[in-house]
Design a protein around this ligand. Structure first.
Ligand SMILES: Cc1cc2nc3c(=O)[nH]c(=O)nc-3n(C[C@H](O)[C@H](O)[C@H](O)COP(=O)(O)OP(=O)(O)OC[C@H]3O[C@@H](n4cnc5c(N)ncnc54)[C@H](O)[C@@H]3O)c2cc1C
Length: 457
């Protein structure tokens, strides 16, 4: 039997929290109020307390710490920069974008250092990221992407390997080659977010759970438990931002879903290889992301139904049957040796996508700050965002606050039904492009049209 939803397999692994932290005890005050206790809010709180231990930092969380994407993701701690470098360069300079790339890649060591120092066991395993191309068109894309990333400052970290070298690492049918990104790591997401919440509390910040923010004004949050006054308010709600008043069109809640197999036998692993436990993806336009877990399971993630009309969210991570079917098809295509494996769990969640597909962090003159729109790379980006939010909140001008993603304000998404039609058409075109390329066709132009439709490319 496949378990559906219940937030994620990661919580089935460690158990959902048995109790909740106390909600906001009525009207209260803080120096910094943070909305949302996922990685972004928790990292912001962590660095605020490191910089100023006396600061009163209060987090208010609708459900429990780690309820959102931070407890459901694919566990890629990639230090990667999947956004549009050129767009950042247009409002800064190529050198500033390279500084952002360097800061991003530094997040992997930073997250691991804090986890080690705080005794957080999150099944962290350092290794490479491996992005495999399985047809000629994908192979073209692999070369372009590798050159692109080297151009933007990842020389020495990102390189391409051929079919034989790829096969020596992992046996994926039809693999023509792979892009290797060094200095990445695999994590168990829910273990990280739970451990981080405990570390933040030890540092002296306060987390109130079952406290839903329903109004944000300068200096004051309104919640279902009372008002929280604070001169600085940080909005750290990524994929949920559309549910906040006045922010429906800020970031599109993009859905992503995953499945996990039962632990595979040594015989199956001998057929697959994957001894380096790389975080693994492919060059499909509707790409997948996989990991080999602590217990020798395979997780496979992909978009599924990418976006629900009116920015509707999933119910506690329950995916639809068609999405699960598609994920199983990817598993069987890339890992035929695992065809007979039981699927133990399937789940989904939302991440935030800004209109220009470029992540942002910032603080307005009204004292209201934000971070998110990480477009699927939030495990590492949230750490950089948290450090940056802490500097901004304390009025510090640092190398981080000078990076070109700070205080960007992309325009809002279109109203419905245009938003829904655009994203749906984009993924339709991606699917058609993938099918044409898998049939041996050249790099398809359909995907580029899809990107143009939603402002992605
Ligand atoms: C299925 C999936 C797979 C992914 N895989 C990867 C990956 O492998 N690598 C990677 O880098 N990124 C990945 N991501 C993206 C990454 O997980 C997110 O970008 C990141 O976790 C965002 O962290 P956050 O703290 O900003 O948001 P979240 O973790 O979503 O936290 C937001 C919090 O705000 C709370 N909240 C919402 N509304 C309110 C309210 N009104 N009042 C109070 N609290 C509220 C929510 O309950 C939630 O706890 C994935 C995302 C998904 C969904």
């Amino acid at each position: 039997m496949t378990t559906l939803g219940q937030l994620s397999f990661w919580y089935a692994d460690i158990g959902l929290p048995q109790s909740r932290r106390a909600p906001l005890p009525g009207d209260s005050e803080a120096d910094v109020a943070i909305i949302g206790a996922g990685y972004t809010g928790l990292w912001a709180a962590w660095y605020l307390k490191q910089l100023d231990p006396g600061l009163r930092v209060t987090l208010v969380e609708k459900h429990f710490a780690g309820y959102g994407a931070s407890g459901r993701n694919g566990g890629w701690l990639s230090g990667g920069f999947s956004w549009n470098h050129q767009r950042y360069a247009e409002t800064s300079s190529p050198e500033a974008v390279r500084a952002l790339v360097r800061a991003m890649s530094g997040t992997v060591d930073e997250v691991i250092a804090v986890a080690e120092e705080q005794g957080i066991d999150a099944d962290i395993r350092r290794g490479d990221e491996l992005m495999v191309a399985t047809n000629d068109a994908q192979h073209e894309r692999l070369k372009t992407e590798t050159e692109h990333r080297v151009h933007w400052g990842e020389e020495g970290r990102v390189f391409a390997i051929g079919a034989d070298e790829t096969r020596a690492r992992i046996r994926i049918p039809g693999a023509r080659g792979a892009m290797v990104v060094t200095g990445t790591a695999r994590i168990q997401p829910a273990k990280l977010v739970r451990g981080l919440a405990e570390a933040v509390e030890r540092a002296g910040a306060v987390i109130h759970e079952e406290t839903e923010v329903n109004g944000i004004a300068p200096g004051m949050l309104t919640t279902n438990r009372g008002c929280l006054r604070a001169p600085v308010i940080l909005r750290c709600t990524e994929g949920f931002t559309a549910t906040l008043p006045g922010l429906r069109r800020e970031w599109l809640p993009m859905n992503s879903a995953q499945i996990v197999t039962e632990p595979l036998s040594p015989e199956i692993w001998a057929q697959i290889g994957w001894d380096g436990h790389e975080i693994l993806g492919d060059f499909d336009h509707t790409y997948c992301y996989c990991q080999r877990t602590r217990e020798g399971r395979i997780t496979v993630g992909a978009r599924g139904v990418p976006y629900k009309f009116g920015s509707r969210l999933d119910r506690d991570g329950t995916p639809d049957a068609e999405t699960v079917r598609r994920l199983i098809a990817i598993l069987h295509r890339h890992f035929p040796a695992a065809r007979g494996a039981r699927i133990d769990h399937a789940w989904c969640g939302v991440l935030g996508v800004p209109r220009d597909w470029c992540a942002t962090v910032g603080l307005g003159a009204d004292g209201i700050g934000w971070a998110g729109g990480y477009v699927g790379t939030g495990v590492s980006t949230a750490n950089l965002a948290g450090r940056t939010l802490a500097d901004l909140a304390l009025g510090r001008q640092t190398d981080l606050t000078a990076l070109p993603w700070v205080n960007r304000r992309p325009r809002a998404w279109e109203p419905e039904p245009l938003r829904w039609l655009g994203v749906r058409a984009m993924y339709r075109l991606y699917g058609l492009a993938d099918r044409a390329e898998a049939a041996g066709g050249p790099p398809s132009r359909l995907a580029a049209w899809g990107n143009r439709l939603t402002g992605r490319g």
